[in-house]
Design a binder for this molecule. Structure first.
Ligand SMILES: Cc1ncc(COP(=O)(O)O)c(C=O)c1O
Length: 445
């Protein structure tokens, strides 16, 4: 392993104690910290000076690779030009420029953009937009939402209400009422299916059953991750998303694609909506919008939703009572504009499509390892699931994430599934390095 030129600062005793870390086993971490002190391109360097390859592009957000000077320079220049503008009843040019640039990569007909600071805020904003839209449209009775088992829609209370992950729900029982769940699409009988399974489109008919039980005209929106990411990369069966779209159309229900992970090239197309050729009414995004450099999220809606909500209020009135102090922060907008420029100049979405076959071949080469229970994947995103320890689901995954780190690779695990999602700048040798590290680590079980 390479050693960083600059030695790291020594850690003072107890210097980690004050920070209550998110989604982390705090006590375990603080006994043997895994600290990253530098990052560049496909690589990270830890506190001991070891180099690691980033197999999950951070949290699937560093799509253009780490340490992009173009983004840092754009943010620096913006901070010196105008560091902050109150976003309510006031504006600054970069947000309008970013919304226009986004409209060029978004799936048609989505071309109105509301800015947030994270994926979680985007999901809660989308919930509110759906409510505001139906109310403005004279259908205030649409008070129900539909989500899926094994869904992850962030950590704010709206997103938790839509969550289908038990650990994210059981501690927080006081969630939004009127959320119904449809089944997830993972099929234990179809393990090792690469891309979309041939069978399973009929699972979308769960939505029809909710329409028949509650009345389709009481449902405001259906939220789906086109490929469920945080429960280990669940690719939808062929025809499934199309069927959801059809049922939504028949009942006047909004279809929301949560593209916080799948947005910006992850599936080898700008958005999953392009990859599956299904047009949602609303798309939520975050993560790769700024290449992970500055927190930012966004919600894109079709014209008719924006027109209906704004048109229902008097011309000089605030139409949508929602927004954040840091909505469309100038530094984030500058980062977003620089990021979109990189994606275009370097053709990174096309590059992801071109590398996908090699990447999935490499992942599928792990099939012979006895510990591997399932492989799933599409584009530059793959789930590697291992058999759980008896009676301790998730324990093996947590141990493997640490073992991989020791072996020179960062890969994010969720339960007993690794989510492998390298940056879109990855080359074949990087894929090989990630998969070699996975093989060495999984074979040692
Ligand atoms: C589909 C989806 N929605 C929402 C979120 C929440 O995003 P954030 O962590 O930026 O709040 C995530 C995060 O992974 C996600 O995958």
């Amino acid at each position: 392993m390479n050693v960083v030129a600059q030695p790291p600062e020594p850690l003072a005793a107890n210097s980690l104690e004050r920070h209550w870390m998110p989604f982390t086993a705090n006590r375990d971490f603080k006994t043997a910290p895994r600290l990253i002190v530098r990052s560049e391109g496909m690589y990270l360097w830890n506190h001991d000076g070891d180099r690691l390859i980033d197999g999950s592009s951070g949290l699937f957000n560093v799509a253009a690779g780490h340490g992009r000077r173009e983004i840092a320079d754009a943010v620096h220049a913006q901070m010196l030009r105008n560091d902050y503008t109150a976003p309510f009843q006031l504006g600054q040019p970069t947000s309008f420029a970013l919304a226009s640039a986004l409209a060029n990569v978004l799936p048609e007909p989505l071309d109105r953009v509301f800015f947030t600071n994270s994926g979680s805020e985007s999901v809660d904003t989308a919930l509110k937009i759906a409510m505001a839209y139906h109310r403005a449209n004279g259908e205030a009775q649409r008070i129900r939402f539909v989500s899926r088992e094994r869904a992850y829609h962030g950590v704010n209370m709206g997103g938790v209400s839509l969550s289908g992950m038990v650990k994210n729900r059981e501690t927080f029982p006081a969630v939004m009422p009127n959320v119904a769940m449809i089944r997830h699409t993972w099929d234990a009988r179809a393990c090792f299916t690469r891309g979309q399974a041939e069978r399973g489109a009929e699972l979308a008919d769960d939505l029809l059953r909710h329409c028949e039980t509650y009345g389709g005209a009481t449902i405001a929106a259906v939220f789906v991750e086109p490929v469920a990411g945080s429960t280990g990369v669940l690719v939808p069966p062929k025809g499934y998303l199309e069927r959801l779209r059809r049922i939504c159309d028949e009942h006047g229900i909004l279809l929301v694609f949560d593209e916080v992970i799948t947005g910006f090239g992850r599936l080898g197309a700008p958005f999953a909506a392009h990859a599956f050729d299904v047009a949602p009414d609303i798309v939520t995004m975050a993560k790769a919008l700024t290449n992970g450099a500055i927190p930012m999220g966004a919600v894109a809606v079709r014209d008719g939703i924006y027109e209906t909500v704004t048109g229902a209020a008097p011309g000089d009135a605030i139409e949508f009572f929602h927004g954040y102090t840091y909505s469309a922060h100038p530094a984030a907008c500058a980062a977003g504009l620089a990021t979109l420029r990189i994606y275009e100049d370097e053709g990174l979405f096309e590059r992801a499509a071109a590398l996908s076959g090699y990447f999935l071949d490499a992942i599928w080469s792990l099939k012979d390892i006895p510990a591997v229970r399932d492989l799933r994947g599409m584009g530059l995103m793959a789930g590697v699931e291992v058999f759980p320890e008896d009676g301790r689901p998730g324990a093996r995954g947590a141990a493997l994430q640490k073992a991989l780190f020791r072996n020179g690779c960062h890969v994010k695990w969720t339960g007993d599934s690794a989510i492998v999602a390298p940056s879109l700048i990855a080359e074949r040798r990087h894929v090989d390095e990630i998969v070699d590290c996975l093989r060495r680590t999984l074979e040692a079980i």
